[in-house]
Every structure is written in C-alpha cells, then in structure tokens.
Design a binder for this molecule. Sequence first.
Ligand SMILES: Nc1ncnc2c1ncn2[C@@H]1O[C@H](COP(=O)(O)OP(=O)(O)OP(=O)(O)O)[C@@H](O)[C@H]1O
Ligand SMILES: [Mg+2]
Length: 246
Amino acid sequence: MLKISQLRKTFNNTMPVLKGIDLTLEQGEVMAVIGPSGTGKSTLLRCINFLERPDSGVIKIDGIKVNASRAKNSEIYKLRRKTSMVFQNYNLFKNMTALENVMEPMITIQKLDRKTAEERAHDLLSKVGLSDKSGFYPRKMSGGQQQRVGIARALASDAKVILFDEPTSSLDPELIGEVLDVIRRVAKANITMLIVTHEMKFAREIADTMIFLEDGVVAGKGTPEEIFEHSGNERIRRFVNRVMEA
Ligand SMILES: Nc1ncnc2c1ncn2[C@@H]1O[C@H](COP(=O)(O)OP(=O)(O)OP(=O)(O)O)[C@@H](O)[C@H]1O
Ligand SMILES: [Mg+2]
C-alpha cells in the first residue's frame, strides 16, 4: 500500500535529517514510528505527503509512484490525496463548526455535494463519539474533542493511508485516553496507518510493526514484541526503557 525507498531530506544544506529511509506498509497495517526528539519523525511524515519536499527517493502509495527528485506538481497532487494527516495541534479551521470541518475535504477535494458530505460527516462524528458537538466551533471544544474531530476529518477524505503525528502529545493526561480509543477503533477498521507516538504502551498494543528512527535512519524494525523485548540494539532498549518510565 505504501512503499518508500531511499528517502532523503536536508534542510538548508545543513546536516541531512533523513538519510535514506526505506519502509513498506501493507494494506491495513498499523506501523508505529518511535525515536528521540529531533530525529526526523515529523519530517518523515511531512515528506510522505510533500508538505516538505524530499531531496530524493521514491514514494509509492496505492499505485501512485512519485520520484521526489523529479516530481511534477500533478503527480504530487495525486499522491497527496492518498494520505491524510492528523496533526499534534489538530489544525482545525477555527471559523468552522465540527461538522463543517469534517465536511470540508469532502466538498473541496472530493467534490461531493453538500447533502452527501453532511450525511457522511454526521456519521463520522458519531464514530468518534461527537454527535452532540456537530455545531460546536473548535474553541468551545476540549483538546481531546478537537483531536477527535481531526480524526473524523482524516477519515472523511478518500485517503488510503492516515498519518498521525503525535496525536495525543498536546493533550492533558485525562484526555489522552479518549483519543487513543478512537484511534484503536480506526485501526480495527482495516485502515493503513503510520503513527508517530511517544505513547509506548499504546504503540505496543496497536501496532503491527514498529520502526525506531534515529539520526535519520531506520535503526530498528520489527513487531512490537521484537522491539520491546528482544531488541539486540542497546540504544533502542535504553530509549524504550526511558520513555516507559517517564
Ligand atoms: N522547516 C525546517 N527547517 C529547518 N530545519 C528543520 C525544519 N523542520 C525540521 N527541521 C530540523 O529537522 C530535524 C528533525 O525534526 P523533526 O521535527 O522531524 O523531528 P522529530 O523526530 O519529529 O522530533 P520531535 O519528537 O521533537 O517531534 C530537527 O533537527 C529540526 O530542527
Ligand atoms: Mg515531531
């Protein structure tokens, strides 16, 4: 479903941030991305949807293949539609209600008519447990509720892969659980997901596979069990232990 080969990214001719990332996700696979701060996790997600332009490498999603070093805008646009992103800070439109936020990609990108979009948006809001908040603006919602709207919006698109960049790290501890519950439910629906997270227990429970990103390379890869219990890599073990204790 998603295949990345030799993805490289450097900012302003400084040190490379991504130094040749390879990864593959099968349809329905949930992959967790872990690793120290500043190691390029967000950059990786942002390169996959070309929010940042990679220097080189090939990204293939659901039959659309783009070679970053010579990508045309039309190809980038097609590729971008294959993913949708859930951001750390929700990124909702502040002047739109929850319902309108969820309708937005269906109307502007998929060009659905308003009535169909509205029906689907109501469905999606009910899936994330927010039927009663459809008319609310973001400022009247808690962080956890806003993030659940963000997830409903990601599901509203016709994306094949959902990218989550630390979806719970801006939330107060008591609100994290409700968002993780929603992501768990989405994961069960056979949706392909790449999740950057510091929630190790959650990652372990939800992920089919994990990668440990360090200094711009995939320094470890395996099932959660392999990463957490049998990692022969001392740095991965230290990182996991440190985050689990925090
Ligand atoms: N737009 C940018 N311009 C210049 N440097 C950038 C830019 N975005 C990211 N970087 C640099 O790239 C490196 C990787 O950043 P990135 O945000 O991908 O890390 P991360 O693994 O997501 O970290 P965190 O866990 O703290 O979110 C950092 O050194 C950062 O300073
Ligand atoms: Mg980040």
